[in-house]
Write a protein of this length. Structure first.
Length: 274
């Protein structure tokens, strides 16, 4: 049995199939870990979700910011953004089934010393704390009043963790860190506008994973989200968003031996000409 962690798909279904063939993935015995952002920007979000739903017994998925946005649009809590490619998914006959499956996926997945989360963790959280906090948001998303939460989940404040936080501010900080974080101050104050490369990080900030003595250093974190960062493989960090949807590569790591597998974006996943 092999376990493959795969970077952001964002609707790049045919690239995903190419990568599975390159990995020689066998759904009968192997397992997939998906770092989130299954949908949007690429043209085949519906096919991606249908594949995940039909192979649910061999995949572990964590939610990304694009997945949450799609959930909010489906629930009538948000409008479609310019650049979204969700129309086929939102109008599919099986959309309710697929979105119900999606909203029940976790924000973190931990196993064998690995912790998978879409974006990152604040320096105050170790793996156990992150799993506990993720559970608070997951309970709301899986509950009957989830549309009410989706309608108010957007926002950049509060921008730092405080154990005394309660209610919506607490849930928003957890969600922002786990699905949107790229950079923060040494004390964990988050900044959300920056999407660029390491050399362009504004003064006073650093990559969340470079914060000295962050409490999650003892576990290896598997993340995506930051396409401008690209592929990074360290002892305690595996960053897998290598920008497939933007014309880069789709990346997978076999966790048992850290072997890298990559494919170029499939022609079918290129954006439609307008």
């Amino acid at each position: 049995m092999a376990t493959f962690a795969i970077g952001d798909l964002q609707g790049c279904y045919y690239s995903f199939l190419d990568l599975l063939a390159t990995c020689r993935f066998d759904p009968a015995v192997d397992r997939l870990w998906l770092v989130g952002d299954l949908v949007n920007r690429g043209p085949h979000s519906l096919a991606v979700l249908r594949w995940m739903h039909s192979h649910a017994d061999c995949v572990h998925v964590v939610l990304g910011n694009h997945d949450l946005h799609a959930l909010a649009v489906h629930a009538g809590c948000a409008t479609v953004h310019r650049g979204d490619t969700l129309e086929a998914l939102l109008t599919a006959t099986d959309r309710d089934l697929l979105f119900d499956w999606l909203r029940r996926q976790p924000l973190t997945h931990a196993e064998n010393g690995y912790l998978m989360v879409h974006a990152g963790l604040l320096p105050q959280w170790d793996a156990a704390k992150a799993i506990e906090l993720a559970g608070e948001v997951e309970t709301v998303l899986r509950g009957p009043d989830y549309p009410r939460f989706l309608a108010v989940m957007y926002g950049n404040e509060p921008d730092h963790w405080d154990e005394a936080l309660t209610g919506l501010p607490r849930l928003r900080v957890i969600l922002n860190a786990m699905t949107r974080l790229r950079i923060c101050t040494p004390k964990g104050r988050m900044e959300f506008k920056f999407k660029g490369q390491l050399q362009d990080i504004p003064p006073g900030y650093l990559p969340w994973f470079e914060v000295q003595d962050r409490k999650s250093r003892e576990d290896t974190l598997i993340v995506g989200h930051w396409s401008a960062l690209g592929l990074v493989v360290r002892e305690n960090l595996i960053a897998l968003d290598s920008g497939c949807v933007w014309g880069g590569k789709l990346s997978a790591i076999r966790l048992e031996d850290r072997r890298l597998f990559q494919v170029s974006r499939a022609p079918e996943d290129a954006p439609a000409r307008r």
